[in-house]
Design a protein around this ligand. Sequence first.
Ligand code: MG
Length: 460
Amino acid sequence: MTGLSDRTALRWGGATDVGRVRTSNQDNYLARQDKGIWAVADGMGGHNGGEIASQIACQMLGEAFAEPTVEGLVDAIEAANAAVHRAGADDPQLTGMGTTVVALAVVEHEGDEVLAIANVGDSRCYRYAAGELDQVTTDHSLVADLVREGSLSPEEAAVHPQRNIVTRVLGPQDEVRVDVFAVDPHDGDRFVLCSDGLFSEVPEPAIAAVLATTEDPEEAAHELVRLAVDGGGRDNVTVVVVDVVGDGGRAAEASAALARDGGLTAEGRPEPRPSPAYAPEADPRRRARRRTDTAELEPVVTDDGDDDLDDDEDRPPRHRKRRRVTWRVVLFTVLLLVVVGGAVATIHWYGTSAYYVGFDGDRVAIFKGRPGGVLWVDPELVERSDLERDRVPRSRVADIEAGIEQSSLSDARRYVANVTEQADELEQRRAATTTTAPPTTAPPATAPTTAPPPTTAPPG
Ligand code: MG
């Protein structure tokens, strides 16, 4: 393909940070200016699985992006999915590892050059243009689904405890569904690819402010990462900023066309630019949802397995998508409830399945539960014994203070009886010593010089 580099000129900068809480950075990013592709990946999985998944995805994406078209980008992401999946299947410790990905590539489309933006998971692409920040991609996450459903507001989603649950990732399955958006590159546009560590710490107006004031993309990426770390840094954070610094006169052409057609808003700003259509019917491997003419950023959903839905042309596309999302959310919620319910039951069982001996005020007592409690399950007082704290043999005090666990109530009673017996014995012995041999006890401190100690050994 000729003319790719002379029509669209891009500059980029990237930064990543482990944050303040995590011990490892499971994010990765790819920047291949030579191939015209950039990406951010946010990995997940134990035993370094997250780091490995995002690293394999970035590397494979760079290698597999051979054909600069929308389909070429989707193919490369599918290759990255297959590579992560294989690596997970080959190593039992890495089974189930996965990674999000958001990628931006310069591609040829209908004889023109556009930016293809693809995502899987909740890593995002934003576009900053004409002083406004828009989210180009749609998150594949539980909270994003709930926002689309209307059961959660974007403000609630931003602080929702389950906001990091993703509904689509590369790796766990051998196939993946990729969303693609096609955007015209206009001189001055800035694109931000980022992991959720950025937008969960930095509000969008603050992201826009950095893009408005920091011209160099490398500096802007570092500044955004710094804001996320300073804002709490509860997750790894990765940012790649890609700037359009030349569009071969495209922006000027578009403005002229808009002015000619009277397409200026009251504020004098150009109306949203229609994006080029991705013609999936030309690609027999894929089917796309119908685009709406008003959409500025057109999602191109590659739906290899959903022909049944797309064949039903009578129903509006929005409705069809909504119905499927609802079904998935219901299934996901049910599974989540089962898992959470199981965890709650297990914790409750663990928290109440034992007895321990401890102190209740000044008495030794038997409790049902675990010393100190387990999460919300507090121990329960079963019975107080007659044994007072001061009578407990010194060797046992620390154990009882900490709570000494017993497997049953009768074991706990036996333990208390044992300690009581020991305390009685000690007391008897002490009483006997006091009555039979008074001179061996310490002499009264008030008369150290006058009392002759005839029965004790002479000092020295
Ligand atoms: Mg993350």
